[in-house]
Design a protein around this ligand. Structure first.
Ligand SMILES: Cc1cc2nc3c(=O)[nH]c(=O)nc-3n(C[C@H](O)[C@H](O)[C@H](O)COP(=O)(O)OP(=O)(O)OC[C@H]3O[C@@H](n4cnc5c(N)ncnc54)[C@H](O)[C@@H]3O)c2cc1C
Length: 364
């Protein structure tokens, strides 16, 4: 039987960063990945029309962590890009997240400065001191019209659940601005990897033993290891003993078109019209020059690949049961979005992997 210091399950950011770091200090590492590719959900590839596409939804890299930026910069150069997203309502495009331009467009106003915008929002917002769910969160910040046009149906489409039954954190992620900042994120470093995400993973894992198409459950008895780093779903690890953790999934329809661009932005959201939530044309963010384009329509669904943990109280409690038994296991580390049942961005994933490495590096 093979025996390694670390068996690492999953070749997304959590697994790959730890594999690279542990390998760099001489640990014997083996990475197994059940898919036929590395990169986890950040995986990208060139399709038949040579367009670089993101297989599992658009991945917009951004970070405030200097440490994460400098670590990843060992494996890639960057193309600076500030992501711009629009919301399409009755065939008109609005700035999104909501900012002063959106208010002027949507309400037919000419608010000139932050004070005027704030005053206007104050006149619209509902008096809810402590928003308890995703609906109250938006009503408390921007009022009914904004909630109904931009948030209500989008949230229902995205989650299959009414906003009153979802945590306030869902809508709190999206700011309501009084300035005219058109960027989707306020983060100071926003960029795409110059040769795509897949290249980052190739560079990270280049000298590290890796088995693709290998599911942990099928090989766990056959591989000897001292320690386990597990980045798969925590409920699956424990054979769903407390029940299945609910996830929202997505169905992607890719369409290649014989024109250079389909839309003017990398993402257009459709809060109310169509069954898809958004159309992504990642070319705008990758800055790729190519005569054809590929767009992706995203249709949320219940079954399928686990993408978004559903942020509700009962799900957090179910997760806590798993977390409790996980903490008791020796030499086993649960890390990443599936193992921690938490929506985390790529930079947060890299940061927590680097932090775990700091703890592990001095152990035997
Ligand atoms: C639709 C979507 C859009 C996103 N957009 C952004 C964005 O714009 N910006 C951003 O920063 N973040 C974004 N994210 C989040 C980003 O994908 C995560 O931060 C990142 O993927 C987390 O890395 P990870 O290693 O924890 O998980 P993953 O990337 O999911 O990797 C886990 C890996 O483990 C493998 N695995 C699971 N179970 C097993 C098993 N039993 N045996 C072997 N292998 C197994 C899986 O196949 C997978 O490859 C988005 C996520 C989604 C779903």
């Amino acid at each position: 039987m093979e025996r390694v210091d670390y068996l690492i399950v999953g070749a997304g950011f959590a697994g790959s960063v730890l594999a690279e770091r542990l390998h760099s200090i001489g640990k014997k590492v083996l990475v197994i990945e059940k898919r036929d590719h590395i990169g986890g959900n950040s995986f990208d590839y060139h399709d038949e029309a040579e367009v670089l596409v993101h297989k599992y939804g658009p991945h917009y890299f951004r970070t405030e962590y200097e440490e994460v930026k400098s670590y990843l910069s060992r494996f890639t150069e960057w193309i600076p890009h500030e992501y711009i997203i629009k919301a399409s309502i009755k065939e008109r495009l609005y700035s999104f997240p909501i900012n002063r331009n959106t208010l002027n467009q949507f309400f037919g106003l000419s608010l000139k400065n932050e004070e005027e915008a704030k005053e206007f929002l104050d006149s619209k917002k509902e008096k809810i001191a402590d928003p308890k769910n995703a609906e109250e969160q938006v009503l408390a910040l921007a009022g009914k019209e904004i909630y109904e046009a931009f948030f209500k149906n989008y949230t229902i489409k995205q989650w299959g659940i009414h906003p009153t039954d979802l945590d306030a954190s869902i809508t709190a992620r999206i700011p309501i601005r009084t300035n005219t900042d058109e960027r989707y994120f306020g983060t100071s470093f926003q960029a795409m990897p110059k040769e795509g995400y897949h290249k980052i993973f190739e560079n990270m894992l280049k000298d590290i033993p890796l088995k693709l198409n290998t599911d942990f459950n099928q090989v766990k008895e056959k591989i000897g290891y001292k320690k386990l780093i597990y980045t798969g779903p925590i409920d699956a690890f424990f054979n769903y003993r407390f029940g299945k953790l609910p996830y929202r999934s997505l169905h992607f329809i890719f369409k290649t078109l014989d024109k250079e661009y389909f839309q003017d932005y990398s993402q257009v959201n459709y809060p109310n019209e169509h069954d898809y939530t958004r159309i992504v044309e990642i070319k705008h963010a990758t800055h790729q020059k190519c005569p054809k384009t590929t767009i992706v329509e995203e249709y949320p669904k219940d079954e399928g690949e686990p993408f978004y943990p559903i942020p509700r109280k009962q799900n957090k409690e179910l997760y806590k049961q798993y977390q409790k038994v996980a903490e008791k296991l020796k030499n086993t580390y649960f890390i990443g979005r599936l193992a921690q049942y938490k929506y985390i961005n790529m930079d947060q994933t890299v940061k927590s992997a680097l932090d775990l490495f700091e703890k592990l590096k001095d152990e035997d």
